[in-house]
Design a protein around this ligand. Structure first.
Ligand code: UDX
Length: 436
């Protein structure tokens, strides 16, 4: 099959490389000339484990190419995927669909054969209908079908998620769409990955419902963690105790500083907007968004408490370990570390931070924070060490060395990666999330 992937960002590039690895002939298209030039040189625009190798081997095999020309890229494609960004629109929180519609118009202008046009970007309900209208209005004489095929991949585990998905969701309104998508995903059917065919609007909503549900699960356990702290219970055990019930499930019940990233914050907001537009409020999701926003700032106050309170914080030093919204990515979008750092610097605290991949993108977001080249440099002379992201490097800190370097052995672990008894036995004052 010949596949065109319009948009070579996170989703487009990972999906394009994986489709090529299935044996399809894939062209990744992007307007950004420098991004395409770098891809030709084997330089990835994002950090994702295994991606550079996957791209490299498929380019070498001649199955994966890159271009800035949409007209060229979609020529003779059986399936044209739209994988451009749908950021939150400034001011109102609606998903900004201007990139998706601009691509749809360009596809309409240049369509040179019958093809299925697939929205892979996360798009609100009804976007597929609008893409279909745009293609019809273009006056193209070729047969086309507009399909929704949302992506559920997680950053840091994207390639594994793509190749071994829990499910593939395809929202199609006709046989041309369904049969083409069956052929696109044939290698995964052979793997027995479950596939769900639905209507197009249903498929669009599934993506938002999935992300909102996961965000709810995290927020629920985060609130339970707060309650655990008050009543002297252990949230890790609460999580295990409820997660063993198959109806609940053990995943996404890890308490922490609040969810961030490129999907949950943006998609929950966009779902609220859709619900508002259709006069069908989703009050649970409204609460989740509010609770999560408040939580990020509360985490900064937790670190201030470890310093002896906001009034005693001025002039003290905090070492922030981990800045990205989760490990194995350089993504800083809506990372809790931003709110934590802001709360600290507002209180006059000196903050030195280290992150294995995120410092470049973090710098402009936290101009008052000094970035240093290794965790121990940040820890030197710190009054409090705060772990904000659970990178493996922080699980294996040399605690004796930390104690020698720090001004005071005070550890605030916002990801519960240490065992309280162990770190306390090593001589640390230790605060974590929801453990008594
Ligand atoms: C998410 C969805 O998992 C994915 O299916 C969708 O396509 C995109 O959004 P991603 O944003 O890459 O993926 O990261 P994920 O691993 O889901 O984590 C999201 C946030 O939730 C992170 O900030 C993470 O730290 C937090 N989280 C996750 C928790 O606080 N606790 C958990 O138990 C799980």
């Amino acid at each position: 099959m010949k596949i065109a992937m319009v948009g070579s960002g996170y989703v487009g590039l990972v999906s394009g490389a994986c489709f090529a690895d299935f044996g399809h002939d894939v062209v990744c298209i992007d307007k950004d000339q420098s991004k395409i030039d770098r891809l030709h040189d084997g330089i990835m625009p994002i950090y994702e484990p295994g991606l550079a190798e996957l791209v490299g081997s498929n380019v070498k095999a001649g199955r994966l190419t890159f271009t800035t020309s949409l007209a060229e890229g979609i020529k003779s494609a059986d399936a044209i995927f739209i994988a451009v960004g749908t950021p939150s629109r400034r001011g109102d929180g609606h998903a900004d669909l201007s990139f998706v519609y601009a691509v749809a118009r360009e596809i309409g202008e240049h369509l040179a054969n019958d093809a299925v046009v697939v929205t892979k970007s996360t798009v609100p309900v009804g976007t597929g209908d609008e893409v279909e209208r745009i293609l019809k209005d273009s006056g193209t004489s070729h047969k086309f079908s507009v399909v929704s095929n949302p992506e559920f991949l997680r950053e840091g585990a994207a390639i594994g998620d793509f190749k071994r998905p829990d499910r593939i969701v395809i929202g199609a309104e006709d046989d041309f769409g369904r049969e083409t998508m069956r052929a696109v995903y044939r290698p995964l059917f052979l793997n027995e990955s479950p596939i769900l065919f639905t209507g197009r609007r249903t498929s669009e909503l599934i993506k938002y419902a999935a992300n909102a549900f996961l965000a709810t699960k995290i927020t629920f356990i985060n609130e339970m963690a707060d309650l655990c702290e008050k009543v002297g219970a252990d949230v890790q055990d609460v999580s295990r105790g409820i997660g063993m019930d198959n109806r609940i499930g053990s995943k996404f019940l890890h308490a922490g500083p609040g969810y961030g990233g490129s999907c949950f914050p943006k998609d929950t907001l966009a779902l609220l907007k859709t619900a508002e537009d259709y006069d069908s409020p989703t009050r649970i999701v409204e609460a989740v968004v509010k609770v999560n926003d408040t939580r990020k700032r509360a985490m900064g106050r937790k670190v201030l408490d470890a310093l002896g309170g906001a009034d005693n914080a001025r002039g003290k030093k905090v070492a922030l370990l981990g800045l990205t919204f989760k490990p194995n990515t350089d993504d800083m979008r809506d990372s809790p570390a931003i709110a934590v750092a802001q709360t600290l610097t507002d209180a006059g605290v000196t903050v030195e931070a280290y992150d294995p991949e995120g410092m470049e993108l973090a710098r402009p977001l936290m101009p008052e924070v000094t970035m240093v080249e290794d965790p121990y440099a940040a820890i030197k002379d710190a009054d409090v060490i705060a772990i904000v992201t659970e990178w493996d490097a922080f699980r294996a800190l040399d605690l004796d060395r930390v104690k020698d370097l720090a001004k005071a052995p005070v550890l605030v672990d916002l990801r519960n990666i240490y065992r309280p008894d162990e770190v306390r036995a090593a001589g640390f004052e230790y605060t974590s999330i929801g453990r008594g």
